[in-house]
Design a protein around this ligand. Structure first.
Ligand SMILES: NC(=O)c1ccc[n+]([C@@H]2O[C@H](COP(=O)([O-])OP(=O)(O)OC[C@H]3O[C@@H](n4cnc5c(N)ncnc54)[C@H](O)[C@@H]3O)[C@@H](O)[C@H]2O)c1
Length: 310
């Protein structure tokens, strides 16, 4: 239904005065580019990550570049269920609206195998953390969305979802031969999550979509290996999109009028496309939902509360 923009640049001229946008990981890479763009359009932009210095520097840089003072940095560690709950509670208490939630933060290389919550580190940052945060912020998103002007949730996936697996008996397995497998698993989970959530939000003015930025030259896959680091910096990164280019699909999905008319969809290169077929199995999506609720330790009453204002 959409004309594909082959230059893959978000052409929207929409202004965002009076709107509030959260960009997780809006402190580096593509997230920082998104935050600068939203700030230039006049939005209140909340950026979040677990690193105080990175966050403060990013906030200063955005204010300097855009002259928009309405930029907030908040600590958020997606690898901790407690931190996600604290961040969400702070937002629900202090913000009166939330127009766009961009679940952008992600990690590629494992730091710790398991987190304090007993979950696989990459799975928790890339998937469970985004799952919990999104559910907890639903009341504010539902309150903000209006007919013709929905609030929007974006979930950042990757072409690597294609190598992903979902083994419900072993969701937090760490001993894969290729570490990139866990990254693929986490990115695959975000697709049935978007489908299932979009169904549960039917009748509301909230849309939820996946965005796939393509291959982008950021620090995400930097590891301790000097040789790999050399290849990444000098060879691979030059072939990839720049962070600004990589940010364009998320900007399109957050701003374009037509992109706000679909839910449960997958965007790449500023246009609609589809994920791998098995990502759309309804039965799998339902099992994944239940399993995720259990693993992020949400009670059924809490889940009901998230949707209460529907
Ligand atoms: N770079 C690529 O080629 C590529 C391709 C497809 C998808 N993606 C996805 O795009 C998103 C952005 O990646 P990027 O390439 O800009 O990476 P990046 O490493 O430059 O930025 C990642 C951001 O996430 C934040 N972050 C890291 N750990 C966190 C945690 N525990 N809690 C909260 N925030 C945390 C970082 O502080 C940073 O702001 C990620 O979800 C990534 O998986 C990237």
């Amino acid at each position: 239904i959409h004309q594909k923009n082959t230059n893959a640049v978000c052409l929207s001229r929409r202004r965002l005065e009076g709107k509030t946008i959260i960009v997780t990981g809006g402190t580096a890479g593509m997230g920082l580019e998104m935050a600068v763009d939203f700030a230039n359009r006049g939005a209140r932009v909340i950026i979040a990550c677990p690193f105080e210095d990175e966050g403060k520097n990013a906030r200063n840089l955005i204010i300097q570049q855009t002259e928009n003072q309405n930029i907030v940095f908040k600590l958020l560690n997606l690898a901790s269920l407690k931190s996600v709950r604290q961040f969400a509670a702070d937002i629900l208490k202090n913000e009166d609206r939330l127009d766009v939630l961009i679940n952008n933060a992600g990690v590629g290389a494992p730091r710790d195998k398991l987190t304090q919550d007993g979950l696989n580190f990459i799975m928790q940052v890339n998937y469970y953390g985004a799952f919990l945060l999104t559910l907890l912020l639903l009341p504010l998103l539902i309150k903000t969305g209006k007919p013709g002007e929905p609030s929007r949730i974006l979930l950042t996936t990757s072409v690597l979802h294609r190598i992903g697996q979902m083994d419900f008996k072993n969701m937090n397995k760490t001993d894969y031969w290729y570490k990139i497998q866990i990254y693929g698993n986490s990115k695959l989970c975000l697709i049935p999550f978007a489908s299932e959530l979009s169904k549960r939000l039917e009748g509301s003015h909230v849309v939820v979509n996946n965005v796939d930025p393509g291959a982008v030259g950021t620090r995400i896959f930097e590891s301790g290996s000097k040789l790999l680091g050399f290849f990444l910096r000098n060879i691979i990164l030059n072939l990839f999109k720049t962070p600004w280019q990589g940010a364009q699909t998320a900007l399109y999905a957050a701003l374009d009028k037509k992109a706000g008319e679909v839910s449960g969809a997958y965007f790449r290169n500023c246009g609609l496309t589809r994920a791998v077929n098995r990502a759309y199995c309804e039965k799998t999506a339902k099992i994944l939902w239940e399993e995720s609720v259990r693993l992020v330790q949400l009670t059924n009453e809490e889940v009901e509360q998230c949707f209460q204002s529907l």
